[in-house]
Design a protein around this ligand. Sequence first.
Ligand SMILES: [Cu+2]
Length: 110
Amino acid sequence: MKKITTYSLLVAILIFTQYVSAATPIIEIRIRDHLFYPAEVVIPANVKVKLLVINQDPTPEEFESYELNREKVIVGNGKAIIFVGPLDPGEYPFFGEFNMSTALGKIIAE
Ligand SMILES: [Cu+2]
């Protein structure tokens, strides 16, 4: 009986984990030539979102946003995951701190 209970719990946790990861949308942002692609990233409002930031430049970049309260270095030719939200509808600017004149973008939650 105890074994069955433990097994059921494990299954429940597995299902829950899969549900959570499936429910979190992944949005891809690429950095190339010190620019963000796309520069305007539309995400659903009121939902937690996983940003997958892929740096295709050989130099490091730092994804930074005051409005999102996020700051993360992405090494050259590397990637990073940044969770944002749930966000109210609106615009949330971000920039690459190492190339602030070119690496500019914004997240639009709608
Ligand atoms: Cu910074």
